[in-house]
Design a protein around this ligand. Structure first.
Ligand SMILES: Cc1cc2nc3c(=O)[nH]c(=O)nc-3n(C[C@H](O)[C@H](O)[C@H](O)COP(=O)(O)O)c2cc1C
Length: 330
C-alpha cells in the first residue's frame, strides 16, 4: 500500500477494518441523515470523492412512499446540542432507487442504505428491493426515529424488534444493522433481541427525545412539536448505552452520539464500539469525519480489544445483560 493510500494513518499505520465482512479503509462512518453526499458532490465536485470524509456511507433513512417531512422550523440549537424535527423527508423507495442510489454508488466507499417502515410489510418490501441492488453493501433498519410514532414503538420493545428482524433476516442476503433508540427502557435488551433474531450488527444511539419552547409564546418551537437531541450534549448518555449494549451482544456495535474528536471516538471504541459514526459535528465541519479518523489514528491506544467487527460470534458474552442499563450506584 502506498504512503498516500487513504487506508494509511498519519504515521503510515493501516486503519482498515472489516464490518460484518465488508472491508472498510477505516472505522469512521456517518450517522444517517447528517451528511448529504449528493449535495456535497454538487458543492465540492470530484474533490469530495478524492477526500471523502467517511469510510462507509450510510444513506438518509428512506421510506416506501415519498415524504415531505415535518413543517418548519425543524432545528433548534441547545447548549452543546442540536434539536431536530426533520421527519424523514425523502423521495420514497422508487425515487431513491432511480435517482439517489446511482449517485451514491459513485462514492469511493461501501454503501449502507437506511430504511424505515410503518408496517412490517412495508419494511419487508423496502428490504427486499434494496437487498436486490448490487451497489448496496449493508442495510440499516431505523427502528428508532423519535419523530415518527411507529419507529419508536418498534425499537423500544424487544419483542417487536425481534419479530421485525426475524422476518427481514429471511428476506435479506446482506448484513442487517439495527439502529437502536436511546429512548428505550433497556437498549441492551432490545439489542440482544435483535441479535437473537438475526441482526448482524447494531448501531446506537439515535437522537434523544427533546423539546424547545418559543422564547416569547412558550409554544413548541419545532413544527413537529418535539424533536430529537444530538451532538456533544448526548455524548455521555450515548457512551453509557454503547458500553451497556456491547456487554449484551456479541455482534459488532457501531457507536455514535456527540463524537467530535478522535479522543471521543477512542472512548466509544474503548467502550466496545467496533466502528464509530459522526453525525452533528459534520454540520459544523463537513470534513469532520476525515479529521476525526486522522486524530483517532494518531492516538496510540484507541480500542481496548473489546470490540468485535464480525457478526454473530459463536460464544456470546452476555455478562451485563439488560441489567447493564440500570441506574449507576449513588
Ligand atoms: C438533522 C438530523 C437528521 C437525522 N436523520 C436521521 C435519519 O434519517 N435516520 C437515522 O437513523 N438517524 C438520523 N439522525 C440521527 C443520527 O444519525 C445520529 O444517530 C444522532 O444524531 C446521534 O449522533 P450525533 O450526536 O453525532 O449527531 C439524524 C440526526 C440529525 C441531527
Amino acid at each position: 500500500m502506498s504512503p498516500e493510500s487513504p487506508a494509511l494513518g498519519p504515521r503510515g499505520a493501516d486503519r482498515s477494518v472489516a464490518l460484518c465482512g465488508v472491508p472498510l479503509r477505516g472505522p469512521v462512518l456517518n450517522g444517517s441523515g447528517t451528511f448529504d453526499a449528493i449535495a456535497a458532490r454538487r458543492a465540492f465536485g470530484d474533490a469530495l470523492l478524492e477526500r471523502f470524509p467517511f469510510d462507509l456511507f450510510v444513506s438518509k433513512t428512506i421510506t416506501l412512499e415519498p415524504r415531505e417531512g415535518n413543517p418548519p422550523p425543524r432545528l433548534w440549537e441547545t447548549p452543546a446540542g442540536l434539536l431536530n424535527s426533520i421527519g424523514l423527508p425523502n423521495k420514497g423507495l422508487e425515487g431513491f432507487l432511480a435517482t439517489d442510489l446511482p449517485q451514491l454508488a459513485e462514492l469511493p466507499v461501501p454503501l449502507c442504505v437506511s430504511v424505515m417502515g410503518f408496517t412490517r410489510d412495508e419494511l419487508a418490501e423496502l428490504v427486499e428491493r434494496v437487498d436486490a441492488r448490487d451497489e448496496v453493501s449493508l442495510i440499516e433498519l431505523n427502528v428508532s426515529c423519535p419523530n415518527v410514532e411507529t419507529g419508536l414503538i418498534m425499537g423500544a420493545d424487544p419483542d417487536e424488534t425481534a419479530r421485525a428482524v426475524e422476518r427481514l433476516r429471511r428476506l435479506c442476503t446482506k448484513p442487517l444493522v439495527v439502529k437502536l433508540t436511546p429512548n428505550a427502557v433497556a437498549p441492551g435488551a432490545v439489542a440482544a433481541a435483535a441479535e437473537g433474531a438475526g441482526a448482524d450488527a447494531v448501531s446506537l444511539v439515535n437522537t434523544l427525545k427533546g423539546m424547545a419552547l418559543h422564547p416569547r409564546t412558550r409554544q413548541p418551537w419545532l413544527g413537529g412539536g418535539s424533536g430529537g437531541l444530538s451532538g456533544p450534549a448526548i455524548r455521555a448518555v450515548a457512551l453509557e448505552q454503547v458500553a451497556a449494549v456491547a456487554g449484551s451482544v456479541s455482534i459488532p456495535v457501531i457507536g455514535m452520539g456527540g463524537i467530535a474528536s478522535g479522543g471521543d471516538a477512542a472512548e466509544f471504541m474503548a467502550a466496545g464500539a467496533a466502528v464509530i459514526a459522526v453525525g452533528t459535528e459534520s454540520f459544523r465541519d463537513p470534513a469532520a469525519g476525515r479529521r476525526i479518523g486522522d486524530e483517532l489514528a494518531g492516538l496510540a491506544d484507541h480500542g481496548s480489544g473489546k470490540h468485535r467487527t464480525e457478526g454473530r460470534a459463536p460464544a456470546p458474552d452476555r455478562g451485563q445483560g439488560s441489567g447493564a442499563h440500570a441506574d449507576p450506584p449513588s
